[in-house]
Unconditional design. Structure first.
Length: 363
């Protein structure tokens, strides 16, 4: 019996008259094969990006075509973050909950909203994927402004301090607090607009408290006392807040995942207090203060958006995260390592991290 040759992606789409359909739709779209090589580029994509079909067909996005990156500059094309790769891998549609930035022919990056879906034959074989994308510059201007304002509060990296903030949607409830020597992370319950508004309020409260140089152990009680004035029902948060003095980071752990010593790949054994918002915070004694000497190893502080992600083997956990990191990692590479283990391609929780490095490393 002569085996039947497998149908190619191009043959399949021609048989279904898909090329004509895709070229007529008003939404920019393109088709890639399993190697992520572009085989079709529709009229709307040509108009939006200024690339002709001749410019892109036979090439990959990563070949300086769209070359998508996210807000933090992390590349998507040619990585596992690519929605087309994820849709082919999982056999289901993928919609990114955030804008990505793609190159146009003029060299300008434009924000796009992206939706990827696999191309399957009648017997379920995946031949490639279609990406539909729209110009995100026409999105709600108020939301765009809110995102810009929140992003503006993410500190710039310094020589020995690195920051990473990636909300699950445009706005998030995680907050990085940095007013040297005070450094910390706060994880507010919830996501989206409401949580982001609370984070702005909370930043103002913490600024006011820090101005009076409080004892570290008093901070949860002082914040709780201020929050009660706003009658925000159902609000609570965990966090780590402390001071970096010379090489020592002194901090209080407010019901938060314990930091990781990068050098030993171990989760610190910290003294925890109750999360703020339940009405139980008190002026804790000084023995709740934790101290980590950066001479003993760089310190990774993170929210549960990364430690509680679901992998194919279950929840990653702090111990699992500790096993992944190395001294050579930066926060973007740590994020990429965890992404490759993620069960779902969609990030379901805000991810925020701080990396404190030893300012005087030993030779």
């Amino acid at each position: 019996m002569i085996p039947v040759a497998k149908q190619t992606l191009t043959e399949y789409l021609k048989e279904k008259d898909s090329f004509e359909f895709l070229d007529d739709i008003s939404m920019p779209a393109y088709v890639v094969n399993k190697a992520r090589t572009i085989v079709f580029w529709n009229r709307a994509a040509r108009e939006l990006t200024e690339y002709s079909s001749q410019d892109v067909v036979g090439k990959r996005c990563a070949d300086q075509i769209l070359n998508h990156v996210d807000k933090t500059g992390i590349p998507l094309c040619s990585t596992d973050l690519c929605p087309l790769y994820q849709s082919m891998k999982n056999g289901s549609s993928v919609q990114l909950p955030y804008s990505v930035y793609g190159l146009t022919k003029s060299g300008k990056r434009k924000p796009f909203s992206i939706f990827g879906l696999p191309i399957k034959t009648d017997n379920g074989e995946i031949l490639g994927a279609i990406e539909l994308f729209t110009d995100a510059e026409n999105a709600d201007k108020d939301m765009s402004m809110a995102i810009k304002i929140q992003q503006a509060f993410v500190p710039k990296n310094e020589e020995n301090i690195e920051f990473f903030y990636r909300p699950s949607a445009g706005l998030g409830g995680d907050m990085i607090y940095y007013n040297f020597p005070w450094i910390g992370i706060i994880d507010i319950s919830g996501h989206g607009v409401a949580a982001s508004l609370v984070s702005m309020l909370l930043r103002t409260i913490v600024d006011t408290i820090i101005a009076y140089e409080p004892h570290i152990n008093s901070i949860p009680f002082l914040i709780e006392n201020e929050l009660t004035k706003y009658q925000l029902e159902g609000l609570y948060f965990t966090g780590i807040i402390g001071k970096l003095e010379d090489s020592k980071y002194k901090f209080i752990d407010i019901g938060h995942p314990s930091p990781i010593n990068i050098a030993t790949a171990q989760v610190l054994s910290t003294k925890n207090v109750i999360p703020v918002g339940f009405g139980f915070s008190e002026d804790y004694p000084e023995d709740v203060i934790n101290v980590h000497d950066l001479n003993d190893g760089h310190l990774l502080i993170y929210t549960d958006g990364i430690s509680e992600l679901e992998t194919t083997d279950g929840m990653l956990g702090s111990e699992g995260l500790a096993k992944l990191v190395s001294k050579k990692d930066n926060l973007s590479s740590i994020y990429m390592k965890t992404f490759k283990l993620r069960k779902s391609p969609v990030q379901s929780d805000d991810v925020t991290m701080i990396l404190l490095r030893n300012p005087t490393p030993t030779l």
